[in-house]
Design a protein around this ligand. Sequence first.
Ligand SMILES: Cc1ncc(COP(=O)(O)O)c(C=O)c1O
Length: 397
Amino acid sequence: MNTHRQDFPLLRDCKVVYFDNACQTLRPKQVIEAINEYYQDYPACGGRSMHHLAAKVTHKCEEARSIISTFLHAKRKEEIVFTRNTTEGINLVAHSLGLKAGDIVIISDKEHNSNLIPWQVLRDKIGIEYKIIYSKEDNTFDLEAYKQALNNRVKLVSLGFTSNLDGVTIPANEIITLAHKAGALVLLDGAQAVPHRKIDVQDLDVDFLAFSGHKMLGPSGTGVLYGKYSLLTKLDPFMVGGDTVASSTYETHEFLPPPEKFEAGLQDYAGIIGLGAAVNYLNTIGFEFIEQQEQMLNKYITTELKTISGLKIIGPSDPKERGGICSFYIPGKDHHQIALMLDETSKIMIRSGQHCVHSWFYAHQIPGSVRASVYFYNTMNEAEVFIRELKKVVSIL
Ligand SMILES: Cc1ncc(COP(=O)(O)O)c(C=O)c1O
């Protein structure tokens, strides 16, 4: 019995099989309580007013910043910028870095739209270029092609740390070392990495890391951009206004230091405090258990999927290389139909479609896939139910 399930209201009576964790995870009661506590006990505005409720909000938000800073092993808590999600973090870097015409950004062929569209927009607006590193046959990162692509015009390497398409993780340490040698900065899209394995930003020496709270037990619409402090001080804020400045006149203004200069307007205090509670909770679970559980489930799911005639798994066939994600398609069978039937017949929730990586699907002429993504609270029993019901659905489609 997985005792952590008791903390998740939706799982207490096994009402659903929730295998859509790459989209959003469920939230434990500790996170829900932290959010409720804010709204019930101190629903005030942080940073601005002088009264004691406001002071409490500021204190709780700064506490959350410290928790996240320690979690990532950042050098200082001011390296943690609160955002709404990974997308905002990537956009913040894209629009604040001061890229110029002719500068090159390296991405891969498997980027989420959040790490593709910002570069397309900057190409059209200011004339940057982006270079795509195409994956190897098994969809893993092509380090040789990457080495060839690095040159002194490359200003930024912006890569998905773990792919939401197939669960493959890139060799980030090597990629970062090579980028720095070539004089480029590195931004990692950590949306699918930070919730699943221990990340030490100092050990990685990564320059920027964007991730979402809602994929790691936190409230919806919360996220973080980690950035080295020395770089954050040089970046121009992307969104400006209230709370970003120390003072202003009719003519000019003086920005606050990071992270404040990036956190414009009234913040999602309940979300930030809830995210702190989520990270505290993850710390009690530990990544050893999380990885072990995901591996066990993905191994079983992969072995069983391979017995279904015509089914193709996206990415390496070895589940050890795909974390908690198993993305597959069966030519001739509609992925959305599979997802709808699993939900209707057995309340099994998985994702179907192109997972915001339309570019990869178009390039490979595959209409879409079914994606099962597990987390530590999922069980072998759920995996067995999923496989049993999937086999039924596939046989009648
Ligand atoms: C790899 C990856 N990057 C970026 C995102 C965008 O995350 P968000 O919608 O929280 O900004 C996602 C969301 O699924 C993702 O999986």
